[in-house]
Design a protein around this ligand. Structure first.
Ligand code: T6T
Length: 324
């Protein structure tokens, strides 16, 4: 009876219990390939993935390129595939150009999870298209993030004036979606004019030079949306060098430690912090769940924390600053 009871209980609780027990005996290597290694966003994501690896008793391999660049990321991915991990978590640096390189991983039987950025449409496991093989996409809602930035910037410039988006380069799912959300929301603010987007190749120095050039051409520039860490921090530096700090308002995406000062001195109106540790943690857990036979959601959305000069000293807000 006792034995039957145990069997019945196992059957009753289903697949999850049974396979979780089996999984304890398995050791997997799961790789994380970031967009680039020297970015506080991915360093924090790495920390989250490591926390999950430690909790599950699994191995994490972290390997990436030092710059945001497809031609640097693909050889790193090839080298990771050659090490034959059970799964790869990857932030693809281009939604089209990483499809073929990732197909190789899929063909080799390696589970693929997209973290932060996606390939194709980001809608996976539908049985359609040739880029829907990743089992899950774990990320912020980047369109919503762009909408939030637009609302904050519109308010801070008094609902009128000229603004532009400082962005990385076209073809990156996250930053494309942020710009899309920003422009969609700005359509509801008729007295705000959106100037041409400035693309900086993830180079803060370029973003700084660009804002100075725009201020030169458009002296009444009212605001900028810095669509990622380097776009925002570069724009902040450029605005300071132009002596327009607090005059040209900035809505910043991403939260390295430096944003504390930039919020306090009025360079940034608002900072939209992502939760990269959560992305790493749940990316890792998703891959592990899949490898141990458990179903995984095809989309896992992580949240935002909005930072302002009024809340940044609150430890419950400051804990979302990235660890560099
Ligand atoms: O904004 C993040 C990330 O979400 C984006 O895909 C690329 O840029 C960052 O890594 C920040 O630099």
């Amino acid at each position: 009876l006792g034995l039957m009871g145990a069997a019945g209980a196992a059957a009753g609780t289903g697949l999850l219990t049974t396979q979780a027990a089996l999984a304890q005996d398995k050791k997997f290597t799961i790789a994380l390939v970031p967009g680039l290694t020297t970015d506080a966003f991915y360093i924090t994501m790495h920390r989250g993935a490591q926390a999950a690896a430690d909790a599950l008793g699994q191995d994490l391999l972290f390997q990436g390129a030092s710059e945001w660049n497809v031609t640097l990321q693909v050889p790193v991915l090839d080298a990771v595939i050659a090490r034959n991990p059970a799964a790869i978590l990857i932030a693809p640096t281009d939604k089209v150009q990483l499809v073929e390189p990732l197909k190789k991983a899929h063909a080799a039987g390696i589970t693929v999870v997209c973290v932060d950025t996606f390939i194709g449409t980001g809608v996976f496991q539908t049985g359609s298209g040739d880029a829907d093989f990743p089992i899950s996409y774990v990320a912020s809602d980047n369109v919503l993030g762009g909408v939030m930035a637009a609302r904050a910037l519109a308010k801070s410039i008094g609902e009128k004036g000229k603004v532009y988006v400082s962005n990385v380069k076209p073809g990156i799912s996250t930053t494309d979606q942020r710009e899309e959300g920003f422009k969609k929301e700005m359509a509801n603010h008729p007295n705000i004019e959106i100037l041409e987007t400035q693309f900086n190749d993830d180079d803060a120095n370029k973003a700084a030079a660009q804002v100075q050039a725009v201020i030169g051409r458009v002296p009444d520039l009212a605001g900028v949306f810095g669509a990622n860490l380097f776009s925002a921090s570069g724009t902040a530096n450029g605005v300071k060098q132009a002596g327009k700090q607090g005059v040209v308002k900035i809505a910043a995406f991403d939260a390295p430690q430096s944003v504390v000062q930039e919020l306090k001195d009025g360079t940034f109106e608002i900072v939209i912090a992502q939760h990269p540790a959560e992305i790493g943690y749940f990316g890792f857990v998703s891959a592990f769940a899949h490898l141990t036979g458990n179903p995984v959601p095809t989309l896992i959305g992580t949240g935002f924390t909005v930072m302002t000069k009024d809340n940044i000293d609150d430890p419950d807000i400051a804990k979302y600053l990235y660890t560099g």
